[in-house]
Design a binder for this molecule. Structure first.
Ligand SMILES: Cc1cc2nc3c(=O)[nH]c(=O)nc-3n(C[C@H](O)[C@H](O)[C@H](O)COP(=O)(O)OP(=O)(O)OC[C@H]3O[C@@H](n4cnc5c(N)ncnc54)[C@H](O)[C@@H]3O)c2cc1C
Length: 527
C-alpha cells in the first residue's frame, strides 16, 4: 500500500492535496481529507513512512523510534481514541500498560505514577502526606488548564478576520496558564522541592525543564496520562499499516523515498511541489508536515520567505532539545527477563531538574540530567509472537546537537572513529544505568546501537536533530502563526508544531488542518 518513488509506483494523474512528510499529523489530515472525497498524495523523504512513528529493524530485532506510550486511549469516549478509530477504521488496537505507567526514580527513592486520577492522587498524598492541599490544588489547575485548551486550539481554525475579531476571546483563558512557567505555578503551591521534582518527573515527554517550560504544556501532558499508558499492538508501525489501506481504498497514496525540495508558489499561491530529482507534482492544496524550521528554511522559495518576513517568525521560537537513544536487543523473552511495562525516569539526587540540566550542559561528564528507560517488548502483547525469545529496551537521554555538530554533513555510518567512540562512551553510561535498575539484564544484551541528534536529522529532517519540533516555552503559545493557515494561499501547515509534540498533539493538528482545508469542522466527523 505504501509505494516507493524510486520503484515503479502507480498513482493517479491528479491530486486535490499534496502533503510533504508522512508523520502523524499528515496521516491524520490525509485520512480526514480522503474521507471527504479528496485525493491526497503524501510524499515522504525517508525510506519508510510514519515520521517519528516509524520503526527500524536490525539483527533480527525491531525498535519503535518515537512512541513509547500514548495516553487517553482508555475508553471509546476518549476523543483521541475516536480519532484513531476513525482514521484506522478501528483496525489499530492499543494495549494497556497496566497500573503503573511511569516510575520516577530520584536517588534511591521511587515514585510510581498510577492509572486513574483518584489512584494517582492517593499515591502522591501517600508519598507526601503533608502536601495534600498542594496536590489537590495542583490537580484543579491541571484540569482547569486542560479545559481551556479546547478553545485555544479551535481558534487555530479561524479565518484571519474571525481570528482578528474573536481570537482573543478564545485564547485568553489558556494564555493565562501558558504564560506561566511550570515551576512558577508549582512554587505557588508548595515549597517542597522534592514534590516539585516528582510532579515534573515526566518533563522529558515535552523536553523542557520546569523553569523553562510553559505550564500549559506540562498540564496537558500530565492530564494525557492520568488514564494510563497504552502501546499500539504490533508496534508503532501498525499506525501506518492500518491507515495506508484506508487511504489506498479512497484513491490516495503514500510515496516513500520521495524528497520534496521546494514548494512551487505562483502569485503567492501554492500550486505544487518540486521533487529533489526535479520532477513536479501539482495539486490545489499543499500541506507541509515537515516542521516549521524545515518548511520555512528549506522548502519555501527565498522570495516567499522574504516577502512574508518569515525570519521574524523563526526568531520567536526555538528548536527543542536533541536526544541520544540506545536501542538494545536482549536474549530472552520479556517474561523470562522480568521486564516491567512501566517506564523509568531516572534523575540525580538533590539538585532540581533545571540545575541538573544546567550542570550537564556545562560539563557532559556530569551525571545525565535524565535517563528514560522504556521496555517496548513488554508493552506489546503481540511481541512474543513476532520475536520469540527476544526483547528490546530503549534508553533515552539528553545530548545536545552541539555535542555532535562537528560531524554534521558527514554521511550516516561514515562519520568516523571519534564519532563512534563518543557514542560508545554514552552507550556504556546508559547501560550502567540500566543494570543498576534491572541487574538481571547484565549478560543478556545481544545488540545495541546509539542514535544521536545527527541520526534524527538524517532520518526525519529536523535541522538540529530536535526531539519535539519547537520548544514548549511560554513564548511558543503566543505565536499566532503556529496554525494550519499561512499567508500563502492554498499552503498549510500540520503536525506537532501546529499543536504540541506527542502523537496525540500531532494527530489533533491533522484534524485542525483538515478542518481548515475543507472549511468544515472535522471534529464533528468523529464525535
Ligand atoms: C525519541 C522520541 C520519543 C517519543 N516518544 C513519544 C511517546 O512515547 N508518546 C508520544 O505521544 N509521542 C512521543 N514522541 C513525539 C511524537 O513521536 C511526535 O511528536 C510526533 O510523531 C510528530 O508527528 P508530526 O506529524 O509532527 O510529524 P513527524 O513525525 O515529525 O514527521 C515529519 C515527516 O516529514 C518528513 N519530511 C521532512 N522533510 C521532508 C521533505 N523535504 N520531503 C518529504 N518529507 C519530508 C520527515 O522525514 C518525517 O517523516 C517521541 C518523539 C521522539 C523523537
Amino acid at each position: 500500500m505504501v509505494q516507493s518513488y524510486k520503484k515503479n509506483y502507480k498513482i493517479a494523474e491528479s491530486y486535490d492535496t499534496i502533503i510533504i512528510g508522512s508523520g502523524m499529523g499528515s496521516l491524520t489530515a490525509a485520512t480526514f481529507l480522503a474521507k471527504q472525497g479528496q485525493k491526497v498524495l503524501i510524499l515522504e523523504r525517508h525510506y519508510t513512512a510514519g515520521g517519528f512513528t516509524h520503526i527500524f529493524k536490525r539483527k533480527g530485532y525491531e525498535w519503535d523510534v518515537g512512541i513509547h506510550y500514548v495516553g487517553s486511549m482508555e475508553k471509546e469516549t476518549s476523543i483521541l481514541k475516536k480519532i484513531f478509530d476513525y482514521i484506522t477504521e478501528e483496525k489499530l488496537k492499543w494495549a494497556d500498560m497496566g497500573e503503573v505507567y511511569d516510575r520516577i526514580v530520584i536517588g534511591d527513592k521511587t515514585y510510581d505514577f498510577v492509572k486513574g486520577v483518584g489512584n494517582w492522587t492517593e499515591k502522591m498524598i501517600g508519598y507526601f502526606p503533608g502536601e495534600e492541599q498542594a496536590i489537590r490544588k495542583y490537580l484543579d489547575l491541571v484540569f482547569d488548564c486542560s479545559k481551556t485548551s479546547r478553545n485555544f486550539f479551535i481558534e487555530k481554525t479561524f479565518s484571519p478576520l474571525m481570528s482578528k475579531l474573536f481570537g482573543w476571546f478564545f485564547r485568553k483563558s489558556y494564555l493565562k496558564y501558558s504564560r506561566k512557567s511550570t515551576y512558577d505555578v508549582l512554587k505557588g503551591l508548595t515549597d517542597n522541592e522534592e514534590l516539585i521534582k516528582v510532579l515534573c518527573g515526566q518533563y522529558g515527554d515535552y523536553g523542557l525543564t520546569p523553569k523553562k517550560s510553559s505550564f500549559a504544556m506540562h498540564a496537558s501532558l500530565v492530564r494525557h496520562y492520568f488514564s494510563g499508558g497504552f502501546f499500539p499492538v504490533g508496534g508503532s508501525s501498525q499506525i501506518v499499516e492500518t491507515i495506508a489501506p484506508v487511504l489506498h481504498r479512497l484513491g490516495s497514496a503514500i510515496l516513500i523515498s520521495a524528497e520534496v525540495s521546494e514548494v512551487i508558489i505562483e502569485k503567492n499561491t501554492a500550486v505544487g511541489v518540486k521533487m529533489k530529482d526535479g520532477k513536479e507534482f501539482r495539486a490545489k492544496n499543499i500541506i507541509s508536515n515537515a516542521g516549521l524550521f524545515t518548511t520555512y528554511n528549506s522548502l519555501l522559495p527565498k522570495e516567499t520567505f522574504q516577502q512574508h518576513n518569515l525570519g521574524e517568525h523563526l526568531k520567536q521560537v526555538k528548536h527543542s532539545v536533541a536526544h541520544a537513544c540506545l536501542y538494545i536487543g536482549l536474549d530472552g523473552n520479556p517474561d523470562e527477563l522480568k521486564l516491567p511495562k512501566a517506564n523509568y525516569w531516572i534523575y540525580p539526587d538533590k539538585l532540581s531538574h533545571d540545575e541538573c540540566v544546567d550542570n550537564y550542559l556545562k560539563d557532559q561528564e556530569q551525571p545525565f540530567p535524565v535517563v528514560y528507560v522504556s521496555f517496548p517488548a513488554a508493552k506489546d502483547p503481540d511481541w512474543p509472537n513476532r520475536y520469540p525469545g527476544k526483547s528490546t529496551v530503549d534508553i533515552i537521554t539528553l545530548v545536545p546537537y552541539e555535542t555532535f555538530a562537528e560531524w554534521d554533513g558527514k554521511r550516516w555510518k561514515k562519520r568516523g572513529e571519534d564519532y563512534e567512540a563518543l557514542k560508545e562512551k554514552i552507550a556504556q553510561r546508559l547501560l550502567k544505568a540500566l543494570y543498576e535498575k534491572e541487574p538481571q539484564l547484565e549478560g543478556k544484551v545481544a545488540y545495541y546501537e546509539l542514535s544521536s541528534a545527527l541520526t534524527t536529522k538524517h532520518f526525519v529532517n529536523y535541522e538540529k536533530g530536535e526531539l519535539y519540533g519547537l520548544d514548549h516555552t511560554s513564548e511558543r503559545f503566543e505565536q499566532k502563526f503556529l496554525r494550519p493557515q499561512t499567508a500563502i494561499k492554498n499552503f498549510y501547515l500540520t503536525g506537532q508544531d501546529v499543536a504540541t509534540a506527542g502523537v496525540g498533539g500531532a494527530a489533533f493538528a491533522g484534524v485542525l488542518t483538515a478542518s481548515v482545508v475543507t472549511g468544515k469542522n472535522m471534529m464533528k466527523e468523529v464525535l
